[in-house]
Design a binder for this molecule. Structure first.
Ligand code: 4AD
Ligand code: MG
Length: 482
């Protein structure tokens, strides 16, 4: 057994003048005398005071930035400024050397772009320590939220033969030999020879399988990786991202909106309560960052203010039709500042429009509902056509400041005839989705659900600006390193 104490607890203790053993990675070593080491348990380092006159030169040389060391010594109240405790080293052992010349993380500020290139080491910085602690807390809070409400956690498959969103942006899964693909008589790839005997792909969403489970357990959620082969090189898109998808029976769009709002408030509150140190650090990091920007580009609220604002205010709820009216008469539309001008009902909303609504117009999270049927997925519940005969569906998108779309969801079409009619219109095979349709055949009921993009949530709560910095090893076009 290896005995060691975590730096986090030593930095908090008042139980001084006892022998402790700490292990961690060297952040800095000053004057052959003071080692700052970090073990990841918190952002703070503990200071080791070295009796350098009585320490072998050879050993001192090996105490370099990045090296893993074990120190045993006396825990004492610190005399120096900026820390409460020191460890007066009695013995120092090098666990793993680190060549200071080659170690890429120097004790100075590195750009996020540079750190992305060394994503395998960036966890050792304070910023990424904070980001991934917050990420952990958010994941934990999500499980706690659903567990408290009696939702069953379902693990839906990662490999599937269906395209839940009908958007066709999928990664294929195959074991076929690309140099000798079996072909059918008409020259197409013969997937009957493939591992699963059919074409398969990585899931874009666990929703369809989630619906099956909801129609038995009443309420479920999934929380797993999803994959999109969209060629989006933005600060909001990943090819592999994690999604939280609750699905619940005997529920309509109102219930769905309420669940989404309750969930967001619950998990943000949890993070604020449980990641104080990390969020304060990120808050200050952002303030520093803002100082380098021109006045009008600075945000009105600090990170912590923004998070509190979200918790303490009701989300705005409005329909797509109302949003279009606002956007159409908005300044950026009139002055032709939008890249995509809003001219008519039916236009899909772009991120610039979503952000105008939340950041400029309402300055609050917004839940947009009842989108045109033509821009949404086949499974969404069809509303009665409006007075002008326009067809909408009971969809909802939750939009957040600085993020845009955080959540997408809907009340589902539970009526068999309406569902199959829509599938036919959209060329979605009823035969392939026989199992999905069975839920409508056998005990169909109103139900609803949504998908929360987990990394977008982490972005919002950490105040980071690029989604590639809130997932450990981001996957995006032309990048699958690590
Ligand atoms: O709006 P989306 O595509 O909805 C669905 O997949 C539904 N089946 C969810 C459901 O109703 N159960 O995706 C849901 C959320 C988006 O709102 C967004 O936050 C996130 O997933 N998302 C992405 N996040 C990162 N990178 C991408 N490429 C994303 N695509 C969607
Ligand atoms: Mg969406």
């Amino acid at each position: 057994m290896i005995k060691r104490e975590k730096i986090k607890s030593l930095l908090e203790t008042t139980d001084f003048n006892r022998e402790v053993t700490v292990m961690g990675w060297v952040r800095t070593f000053r004057n052959n005398q003071f080692i700052a080491i970090n073990d990841g348990s918190c952002m703070g380092n503990i200071q080791i005071v070295v009796d350098f006159e009585n320490t072998a030169e050879e050993l001192l040389k090996r105490i370099t930035t990045g090296a893993a060391i074990a120190v045993t010594g006396q825990l004492v109240e610190s005399l120096g400024k900026g820390q409460r405790v020191d460890v007066k080293a009695v013995s120092i052992e090098i666990l793993g050397d680190s060549d200071a010349e080659k170690f890429p993380l120097q004790p100075k500020k590195h750009s996020l772009e540079f750190l992305r290139e060394i994503a395998h080491l960036r966890f050792r910085t304070n910023t990424f320590n904070a980001v991934f602690k917050v990420r952990h807390a958010l994941a934990f809070a999500i499980h706690q939220f659903y567990n408290e409400r009696g939702f069953v956690y379902m693990h839906t498959p990662v490999i599937t033969a269906s395209d839940a969103e009908g958007a066709g942006e999928m990664f294929k899964v195959t074991t076929l030999d690309f140099d000798q693909t079996p072909r059918t008589e008409d020259g197409k790839v013969d997937f009957s020879e493939d591992f699963f005997g059919r074409a398969t792909n990585l899931t874009v969403s666990g929703q369809l399988e989630g619906e099956l489970a909801a129609m038995a357990f009443g309420q479920i959620y999934t929380f797993g990786p999803t994959f999109r082969a969209e060629n989006s090189n933005t600060t909001r898109h990943l090819a592999e991202f994690w999604m939280v998808e609750p699905e619940f029976a005997f529920a309509d769009l109102e219930d769905n909106m309420q669940l989404a709002e309750d969930m967001m408030k619950y998990i943000i509150t949890y993070a604020l309560d449980n990641c104080k140190e990390e969020i304060e650090f990120l808050n200050n990091r952002l303030l520093e960052d803002e100082k380098t920007k021109p006045q009008q580009e600075r945000s009105e609220l600090s990170l912590i203010e923004k998070l509190n604002f979200c918790i303490n205010n009701e989300f705005v709820r409005l329909t797509y039709t109302e949003a279009i009216a606002i956007l159409r008469s908005s300044k950026p539309n009139q002055k032709k500042q939008f890249k995509y001008l809003i001219n008519e009902w039916g236009a899909d909303l772009q991120s610039e429009h979503e952000r105008f609504l939340v950041e400029k117009h309402f300055k609050k999270p917004v839940i947009l509902t009842d989108y045109p049927a033509d821009i949404k997925a086949f499974y969404m519940r069809q509303n009665e056509p409006d007075a002008e005969g326009r067809r909408t569906v009971a969809a909802m998108d939750v939009l957040f400041p600085g993020i845009g779309e955080m959540i997408g969801g809907a009340q589902r079409e539970e009526r068999m005839d309406k569902l199959t009619q829509r599938m036919d219109e959209m060329n979605i095979s009823q035969e392939e989705l026989w199992w999905y349709l069975d839920t409508r055949r056998f005990g169909s009921a109103k139900h609803a659900g949504f998908g929360l993009g987990f990394e977008r949530l982490v972005l919002f709560v950490t105040g980071m600006t690029n989604i590639r910095d809130v997932i450990a090893f981001p996957r995006f076009p032309k990048n699958a390193e690590f």
